[in-house]
Design a protein around this ligand. Structure first.
Ligand SMILES: C[S@@+](CC[C@H](N)C(=O)[O-])C[C@H]1O[C@@H](n2cnc3c(N)ncnc32)[C@H](O)[C@@H]1O
Length: 287
């Protein structure tokens, strides 16, 4: 089923939107399994996504009121620029796209992107999009100095500029509050009656007993526990909560007082094609 089938306020003037970045853990492929699990009357609630990433659920739903946030400042800058000045982003990205996709252009853009401070906001957003479309598997990884260090991807003709897609995303983002910050900020921003979709970096799937000492994407088991505490607080506050994570005992244990469903998710990004099989995920809801 196409993503547009899920747009709730689709009218002839509103185009369907979809993620503008490829993102690890992006929820595009499991939307058909997530949307039936949304709370009744969700279209009347504010949509809050504190781990926005590619924001697949947001773009599929196009809610009238939304708060999107993520800890990644460059991702947040990109959404803000696409919302506020999509023409500027398109102009800047088309200049980059015109140079073509070669090893030389990829590494030139990457070097420029890492020389922080000189480029304007739209130019940074354009470079972020260029690198996302052309880097290895759409990964976003930075070294200790905060420099983007993902190598070039193997593409013959990557679609660097999708003008219609950016304009549709800009329309979808028009009324969204977009912020940079950690999930703890929810304690300040979430209000009773909000619908909050939480999609953190997943707990590692590991059979080892010292499982809780591992961290994925710098998100440790301690972070998962702090997130559960935030989840409990928002539950007390009267928010509608839906959380995705890997189906492992430690996560089931953290959320045992809530309703847990299992969904099967195809793994979109894995360097080893043989490992791209479906894995079980949990969806934890408080309604
Ligand atoms: C699994 S991805 C979300 C994918 C998203 N639902 C989608 O459809 O593309 C997790 C996101 O959480 C963000 N993140 C990691 N640690 C965070 C934190 N402490 N607070 C808020 N966001 C965080 C990452 O930057 C990443 O974008």
């Amino acid at each position: 089923m196409p993503t547009s089938a899920y747009v709730e306020r689709q009218t002839p003037t509103i185009r369907a939107a979809s993620p503008i970045v490829k993102w690890v853990g992006g929820k595009g492929r499991i939307l058909p399994q997530l949307t039936p699990l949304l709370p009744p009357g969700v279209e009347r609630l504010r949509h809050v996504e504190p781990f926005a990433g590619g924001a697949a659920l947001f773009f599929a739903r196009q809610p009238k009121r939304a708060l999107l946030s993520d800890v990644n400042p460059d991702l947040v800058n990109t959404y803000t620029c696409v919302r506020d000045d999509v023409d500027g982003v398109i102009r800047s990205l088309s200049r980059l796209a015109q140079k073509g996709f070669t090893e030389e252009t990829y590494y030139r853009v990457r070097t420029l992107y890492n020389a922080k401070g000189k480029a304007g906001r739209n130019d940074r957003a354009a470079m972020f999009l260029f690198l996302n479309k052309t880097c290895f598997n759409g990964l976003h990884r930075v070294n200790r100095r905060g420099e983007f260090n993902v190598p070039m991807g193997r593409y013959t003709n990557p679609r660097i500029l999708d003008e219609a897609g950016l304009r549709a995303a800009s329309d979808a983002l028009a009324n969204a509050d977009i912020r940079c910050g950690g999930f703890d900020d929810l304690l300040e921003t979430a209000k009773p009656g909000d619908f909050v979709y939480l999609d953190p970096p997943y707990a590692p799937v590991s059979a080892t007993s010292n499982f809780t000492s591992y961290a994925t994407d710098g998100f440790s088991h301690e972070d998962q526990t702090r997130l559960r505490d935030v989840y409990r607080e928002l539950d007390r506050r009267g928010c509608r909560l839906m959380l995705s994570n890997s189906d492992v005992p430690a996560i089931r244990d953290l959320y045992k007082q809530f309703s847990i469903r299992t969904v099967m998710a195809p793994r979109a990004i894995n360097s080893d094609a043989a490992k791209r099989k479906a894995v079980a995920e949990v969806v934890v809801r408080n309604y």
